[in-house]
Design a binder for this molecule. Sequence first.
Ligand SMILES: N[C@@H](CCC(=O)N[C@@H](CCS)C(=O)NCC(=O)O)C(=O)O
Ligand SMILES: [Fe+2]
Length: 216
Amino acid sequence: MASAALRVAVRQLSQHSRAGAPVLLRQMFEPKSCTYTYLLGDRESREAILIDPVLETATRDAKLVKELGLRLLYAVNTHCHADHITGSGLLRSLLPGCQSVISRLSGAQADLHLEDGQSIHFGRFVSWMLRCARTLYRSVHEKIFTLPGDCLIYPAHDYHGLTVSTVEEEKTLNPRLTLSCEEFIKVMDNLNLPKPQQIDVAVPANMRCGVQTPPS
Ligand SMILES: N[C@@H](CCC(=O)N[C@@H](CCS)C(=O)NCC(=O)O)C(=O)O
Ligand SMILES: [Fe+2]
């Protein structure tokens, strides 16, 4: 695929997300597409967001939100996924008040469309963007890599069971991000990945927020 999604940078989340700290973080897994969904909540205001929810696990996520006494403001899609159907449409039905969010660039339906660099708030900032290889590389280097080295980086997928790394590790060890920009583009343009198994159902569904009755 020519474009890639740069996942979420949560300011100040870093190592302060332990129990008792202001920001609550839960990493959840959907095994069919190996997608990680993230629940982020403000312990004080109880406002929360979900990042990249999956249809098959949306009910689980909604249950957790309720059990933790959180109020879900946004179900955020980092891009129009090709490998799973988003859970954001179902979540906005299960949890009234929740709005689905995606980039305007995606062309997909949602309650809220974000422009590049725009933030959504749940007590703390969350910034995100969808990029082609060149702008992805620049964003990572100019934005993510200016964060403190011990800032935690959570993956959208990991097919080998890894769950977290740091800015410093990505800066020094990531086999693609340590390349030059031109080399990075070449690699990304020549991944030749097999067609994702769910692409034919996932993309049309995700253009409509993953449900039959999408937001207008
Ligand atoms: N087997 C899966 C593979 C889905 C897929 O293509 N995943 C991408 C990431 C999607 S956001 C991927 O693996 N990228 C690897 C890379 O090296 O960039 C399926 O059929 O769904
Ligand atoms: Fe994906």
